[in-house]
Ligand binder design. Sequence first.
Ligand SMILES: *[C@@H]1O[C@H](CO)[C@@H](O)[C@H](O)[C@H]1NC(C)=O
Ligand SMILES: *[C@@H]1O[C@H](CO)[C@@H](O)[C@H](O)[C@H]1NC(C)=O
Length: 441
Amino acid sequence: MPMPGAGVAALAAGGGGGHSAARCSAYKLALAALLAVALLQFVYLSLLAGLHGREQRRRYGQLFPGGAALGASLQRRAAESAKEQLRAVLAAGGALDASGDYRVYRHVLGDPSRRPRDAVLLATHASLSNLGHVGTLLERWAGPLAVAVFAARPEEAQLATVLTYALGALCTEAVRDRLTMHLVCPARTEAAVPDPREPGEFARISSCTDVFTSMGARSRSGRNYALATNVSYPNNLLRNVAREGAGHALVVDVDMVPSEGLWPGLRDLLAQGEGKAGRALVVPAFEIRQGVRVPRTKIELMRFLKMGHVRPFYAELCPRCQAPTNYTRWLTLPPGGPLRPAYRVTWQDPWEPFYVAGGAVPSFNERFRQYGFNRISQACELHVAGFEFEVLNDAFLVHKGFKMPGDFHPQKEAENQRNKVLFRQFKQDLKMKYPDSPRRC
Ligand SMILES: *[C@@H]1O[C@H](CO)[C@@H](O)[C@H](O)[C@H]1NC(C)=O
Ligand SMILES: *[C@@H]1O[C@H](CO)[C@@H](O)[C@H](O)[C@H]1NC(C)=O
């Protein structure tokens, strides 16, 4: 490692001579020393960059071994069956949603019959610019993951089919058996089967790692809603599509990361008979300063909290939205030990918890699109429907980045106002839907 300090010290010592010729040679010496330092630093930085690249490749290489690691014939068969499935799903033309505004292609990737029945599904949704987070989710969540992808424009639908096809064709079973993808487009868009012989995106993809690199290259975080078209982002439709068919699902935003071991923890908990119908197991949500490594365990999370790198989700914009989770109480529960429901809390407006629930969980109301009231309306319905909320002792979610007032797209306030009106109507409708419930929201 170069030591700029040593260079500077030499320079200061060299500059002490009184004679003009000596000063001149001292000057040359200093210049040479400076050049040497610069050169060393350049070599050091390029070495670091190389190491970083290798580290990235190693990390993803383990999880997603590329083409070379798979037998050629196995790979061909996987590619064929993925393409067959994609072709069949796209040829069927999808199904229009209840509003008739969107076209839904279910299972463009992933075979639902291969998903274990008892497994908790991590369900999420994303536009193409947020697909880069899927790699992180697959790393941290060891169970099945379902993603409903929204393509607002025909070019995006085309790109989504290319990426889906490549995932099926180039990734190992470790990815294919866990990842389910659905594609949602505006009703007028029809997605076509991609042709891998065509140039374009395929030219850049020859391994599973390339697929994830390509998805990450489009990342512009927080842009789910700010579409360049006048098509609304149908977040609740996407959530419903993603969690369809799951006995138990944890529905999260795509830029949230679960704590390590959450999946096996939940699996064991459910095997012990927890997670019965009518109970919602709450996973406390936090947010982390942009660029800081996401903590794995509660101990790490608590340390990051003390340092100010982590805070409760929406702590600045809407502290009341998560307050009923009772972070103070949660932090007094000792970290470690088996996962268990630690305390019960009563739903109150405007709590929007993330949770795992089984039984007849009410669906997300699909009239809510874009920003505002889309998750809270569902949490409120769970409450009215009689669900009990219990907070898990040693599980958490971390949203990548602090939610800040300036982060949002320009139409956010207008959308929020529109959805506020919808929410008022929704609450009235709940009284009719659950006439015998003593609960209100
Ligand atoms: C916006 O919607 C109208 C139909 O309501 C459509 O004709 C127009 O092309 C759309 N504009 C964009 C940019 O998608
Ligand atoms: C949080 O839990 C503590 C008990 O540990 C209780 O005293 C406090 O009132 C609770 N706070 C909220 C906001 O419910």
